[in-house]
Design a protein around this ligand. Structure first.
Ligand SMILES: Cc1ncc(COP(=O)(O)O)c(C=O)c1O
Length: 397
C-alpha cells in the first residue's frame, strides 16, 4: 500500500509536506525531446549527458547511471570485489538500502554506530575494530570474532552531511579495503572543501522522489577507476558479451536508467546549486527559530563540512520539551505538518539480528529522539515559520 511518505507522493492540499520534488526548470522540455525523438529507453543522449555532467560536478573521471540508488550500491559492491560471506562495515544509522545491497551480494554488514555530534559513522569505532579486532591471515583480513573476511567500508553520508572521512580512508588504505561512499542523501555536500562522492574509491547517489534532485527513480555510480566503470556498465546492462547474438557470459542485471529519467536528471542538475542554497537558508532559519525552544536541539554542521541539509532534523528531549518526538509528530500532524522519525536502527531489524555490530547506543538514542521536519526546496518562508511556531506552541502548551 502506498503511504503519504512514499518518495515523491503528492501531498494533500493544506499539508506542509516533509520533502517533495521541485520541478520548475527544463524538465518538460527535455522529456518532450525524448518523446519526440523516440529515445525513451535505457540508451539515449540524456543518459550519456547526465553521466558526464554528474561526474563533472562531483569531480570523478567516470559515472554510470543506474535504475536507482540501491541498484547502484549493489553494483558498486560487486565491482569493488565484495563476495559472498565477506563483511562490509556500514553505518547503523541509515536508510536500509546499503545493508540490503550488502546482503544482495551474499555478504554481511558489520554495523558501526553513529558519533553523537553530527550523527554520521563513528570513525573511531572503525579504527578500533580494524586495528584491534581483525587480523591478517593468508593475505586476507579477517574479523577475529566472526571469522569472516572484512572486504570494504561503506560510510553513509546521512541527511546531507558528510562523514568524517579522513580517518576512515586512512585506515582503509592501511588494510587495503575499498571505501564505497553512500552519498544518496548528500549530493553537493563537501568534506574539507572536497566533494562528497569523491572521497573514497567509488560512490553512489540516489535520485528518488525525495532526494535533493530527482529523476523519479534513479541512481548513479561515480569513480575514477576505469576498469570498475566498464564492469559497472557491463553488469547494469545484462552482462552482454555479444549484443547481437545474445551472448551473456555472466549473470547481469537490468539496472540502466532510462533516457526519460536521465532527461529529468539533466534538468534538475541545472538547478542543484540553487537548491543547495535554499536548503542551507532553510536550515539557518530553522536553527534561528528553534534554538531557544527548551528541549529542542537542531542538527548542526561540522566546521569541516558543507552540509546540504537534505532533511532538517531536530532532537526532542522529552523531559525538557514536555512531550517526546512521537508526541510532537502527532501534534504537528494534527496541524497538517508532515514530519518523520529517523530510521529504525538496522541491526535490530529481523534480517540483520545476527550481524556483528560496533556499538548501538547513539543510533538507538537518535532513533528515539530525532524528528525530520519539512525541508522541501519549495518550502516558503511562511510555511517554515508556521512549522517553527507550531513547535513553539507545542512546547508552551
Ligand atoms: C542513504 C540511502 N542510501 C540509499 C538509498 C537508496 O536509493 P533508492 O531509493 O534510489 O534505491 C537511499 C534512499 O532512498 C538512502 O537514503
Amino acid at each position: 500500500m502506498s503511504t503519504q511518505f512514499e518518495p515523491g507522493a503528492p501531498t494533500a492540499k493544506g499539508i506542509i509536506p516533509l520533502c517533495v520534488p521541485e520541478i520548475q526548470g527544463n524538465e518538460w522540455k527535455y522529456i518532450r525531446e525524448c518523446l519526440d525523438t523516440n529515445w525513451v529507453s535505457s540508451v539515449g543522449p540524456f543518459v550519456d549527458r547526465f553521466e558526464q555532467e554528474l561526474a563533472a560536478y562531483v569531480g570523478t573521471k567516470h559515472a554510470v547511471a543506474a535504475v536507482n540508488g540501491t541498484a547502484a550500491l549493489h553494483i558498486a559492491l560487486l565491482v569493488a570485489g565484495v563476495q559472498p560471506n565477506d563483511e562490509v562495515l556500514v553505518s547503523t544509522l541509515s536508510f536500509i538500502s546499503p545493508a540490503n545491497a550488502i546482503r544482495y551480494v551474499g555478504a554481511w554488514p558489520v554495523f558501526v554506530d553513529a558519533e553523537p555530534t553530527y550523527w554520521q559513522m563513528d570513525p573511531q569505532k572503525v579504527v578500533d575494530f580494524l586495528d584491534k579486532e581483525c587480523q591478517w591471515r593468508s593475505g586476507a583480513f579477517y574479523n577475529k570474532t566472526t571469522g569472516r573476511r572484512v572486504k570494504a567500508i561503506l560510510p553513509v553520508h546521512i541527511l546531507g552531511h558528510p562523514c568524517d572521512m579522513d580517518p576512515i580512508v586512512e585506515i582503509a588504505r592501511k588494510y587495503e579495503l575499498p571505501v564505497i561512499e553512500d552519498a544518496s542523501e548528500s549530493l553537493g555536500a563537501k568534506y574539507k572543501g572536497r566533494m562528497v562522492g569523491h572521497l573514497g574509491d567509488i560512490a553512489c547517489f540516489s535520485f528518488n522522489g525525495n532526494k535533493i534532485i530527482t529523476t523519479g527513480g534513479g541512481g548513479m555510480i561515480v569513480t575514477d577507476n576505469q576498469a570498475w566503470t566498464e564492469r559497472a556498465k557491463y553488469l547494469t546492462t545484462q552482462a552482454k558479451d555479444d549484443p547481437l547474438e545474445y551472448v551473456h557470459n555472466e549473470i547481469g542485471y537490468n539496472y540502466r536508467l532510462t533516457n526519460i529519467q536521465a532527461a529529468l536528471g539533466c534538468a534538475q542538475l541545472e538547478r542543484l546549486e540553487e537548491y543547495i542554497e535554499t536548503k542551507r537558508r532553510t536550515a539557518a532559519l530553522y536553527t534561528e527559530l528553534l534554538s531557544d525552544v527548551d528541549g529542542i536541539e537542531p542538527m548542526t554542521e561540522a566546521p569541516w563540512a558543507l552540509s546540504v541539509f537534505w532533511l532538517f532534523t531536530i532532537l526532542v528531549d522529552a523531559s525538557r520539551f514536555g512531550t517526546d518526538s512521537r508526541g510532537l509528530m502527532a501534534r504537528l500532524a494534527d496541524k497538517g505538518i508532515q514530519t518523520r522519525p529517523l530510521w529504525h536502527p538496522i541491526l535490530s531489524l529481523r534480517p540483520f539480528l545476527e550481524c556483528h555490530s560496533l556499538g548501538e547506543d547513539i543510533a538507538n538514542r537518535l532513533y528515539g529522539d530525532a524528528l525530520s521536519i519539512p525541508s522541501s526546496v519549495g518550502l516558503t518562508r511562511d510555511e517554515l515559520q508556521t512549522v517553527a511556531s507550531a513547535i513553539q506552541q507545542v512546547a508552551s502548551s
